[in-house]
Design a protein around this ligand. Sequence first.
Ligand code: ARG
Length: 433
Amino acid sequence: MAKQLWNKGLEPDQMIEKYTVGNDRNLDLRLARYDVQGSIAHIGMLCSIGLITDEEYKILLPALEEIAAEIEAGRFTIEDGVEDVHSQVELMLTERLGDVGKKIHSGRSRNDQVLVDLKLFFRDELRHIAAAVNQLFERLLKLARTHKDVLMPGYTHLQVAMPSSFGLWFGAYAESFIDDIELLSAAFNITNQNPLGSAAGYGSSFPLDRLMTTRALGFARPHYNVVAAQMSRGKTERAVASAIAAIASTLGHMAMDMCMWMCPNYGFISFPDELTTGSSIMPHKKNPDVWEIMRGKCNRLQSLPNELTILTANLPLGYNRDLQLMKDILFPATTEIIESLEMADFMLQHIRVKKDILEDSRYDYIFTVEEVNRLVSQGVPFRDAYRKVGAEVQDGTYRPVREVHHTHLGSIGNPAIDEIAAKMKPVIAPLLG
Ligand code: ARG
């Protein structure tokens, strides 16, 4: 006998069932603890408005807590023939408690149930992502401090340009992640609103106390309008995806730098052999596969907002089953970005930085602007100084003075590491709970 909540006695076609359920039995396992949390808040509210009795509440609550414990212990599965986590929990309650179990769905639909599950799930995932970014941020700042005065070439157009430093390089990624956390924070605020009580998307004729469930689930506020609440399915996911894509863009950029600076033609950085990978034919290879995989994953993660936008573009108002497919796209992505952030942090614990890179004559021209500025300080107009040094470069008489005098805020001599640390604090704090 099929176990769909909506089954009214007719056996649904097996192929239709398989096709429409898709990966839900697997993906929904990640929602299970939140589904129970949502149900606990819901029955508390149902009891407060008299839709279930105190006695029934006292039977339902421990049964839900027992299911929660089974979930935490990894003993929860979604049975064959059961469509999703929402159905599984209700089925278990009914099997264990009989008729009382059938009461929890009053004033609720799977549409607001999955919404509330997703909101709670994404809220936690966003916090995990923030923690992983923060750990990497701190690692980068630590490296920036340690290697503050180690110079490296700066490039424009991939041509040797001006002096840079490891202090600037590490600090740049740290500061850049702050902008991504701003976006993550916006995604968190969009996520942190209660959709419960919107039911199928148009509310209920029961006098649901939506502020009570908002408080019980720790949401900052409700989605007031029930239609807006249902519209948040898709909108929430796109906000989360944009934040992940922003982080992936920064991390992927960093991974590219790592691949490049590890290349022996540059040789600016290296990692212990056991953190590199070899070749099956070339015995000398120490390949940056970790950073390449990270670059590839981060590039793919940047397509998330696009994928979700295309999936949800022009859907009619109200719930449509297409929305289910967002889980397939976004669930693996939250894990992937966290794993990549943690991997980057692990690798950076072992990074080795080359000193004296700029002693190499191929970087001689990196100091031309220093020379121009020295002349300017002596009163020579900038364009004349520029022409003079340019002529020396041209006729081969230019000789570099390997000194840098950058002192202004945010430059080599003053990379503002403490300021960057202070800038991150208020942005990340609400997410670190
Ligand atoms: N698995 C469904 C989803 O993720 C749950 C909601 C089902 N609602 C429905 N009306 N069929 O969207």
